[in-house]
Ligand binder design. Sequence first.
Ligand SMILES: C[S@@+](CC[C@H](N)C(=O)[O-])C[C@H]1O[C@@H](n2cnc3c(N)ncnc32)[C@H](O)[C@@H]1O
Length: 271
Amino acid sequence: MTEDYQRRDVNFTTIHATNEKHFDIFFEILEIKEGDHLLDVGGGYGELALEFFKRDKDKNYHYILLDPSEFQINKGKNFIQKTTSDYFYKNRVSFIHNDFLNFKTDEKYDHIILKMVLQYFTLEEQLLVLKKAKSLLSEKGKITIWRPFLKDYVSDFFSFVILKKDELAYFNQMKNKIYFSSEKEFNDLLLEAGMLKNNVNIEPTFVFEYLLDTSARFHPEFKGNINLYEKWLSLIEKEYLLTDKKTKEIVKLLKTKNGFIINFQRAIYKF
Ligand SMILES: C[S@@+](CC[C@H](N)C(=O)[O-])C[C@H]1O[C@@H](n2cnc3c(N)ncnc32)[C@H](O)[C@@H]1O
């Protein structure tokens, strides 16, 4: 996994099709207070640090980026230094180069963020990640999770699209390990981790469209290899035809001159 992330040099804003509004929503949900300590698990190159900086320059809180990939951490150091201020970089940010499950600390955090990262653990590990995150919370601490919204009808098709990309773009470790838990599985994990009161089903705090634009993956992930990219498109198209009526009613695949745009969704949860 870490090996793939040693060379996965992508801009997450582009490939995850995020914009300012998504981050406005995310920060509304997070509700960061003066003095808070935030742990961004699998924070990649620290995209969130810049978004914090843009919104809350004057709030005195601490952002801690944890990632097992040295490449992402180094990219993060350069990125945050370049895009924020000297003061912010030196005083508000720190980096932990570690795998979350191996990470040992006596610290407690007011926010633990898992943004597009839970899928990098097996289903069994996802339970350990949730339990561990819970154990690292301060008294008022909260866990905020940003993940694909995978209702039954879309779960298999979404996994197919992403895992085929990883296979064809030679992200073999990712392909072999990534596991997108469905909403049902996620709910069961939360129950087992003791994160749901009275066994009620969890509702996301917010759900929004994720317009997967295949062409945004052409250069960063397929390195411009047209044969592999076209193979990916043809497999997606075949798989889409095989999906059931309900999936086709909700998930639309639009052909554009450079590929497909597919309307998946993302959800933000807070515990
Ligand atoms: C899709 S990226 C998301 C990055 C960032 N959270 C964002 O949304 O911009 C997934 C990140 O998870 C990290 N990751 C993979 N396995 C991990 C683990 N065992 N512990 C912590 N982070 C991990 C990867 O190195 C990568 O930076």
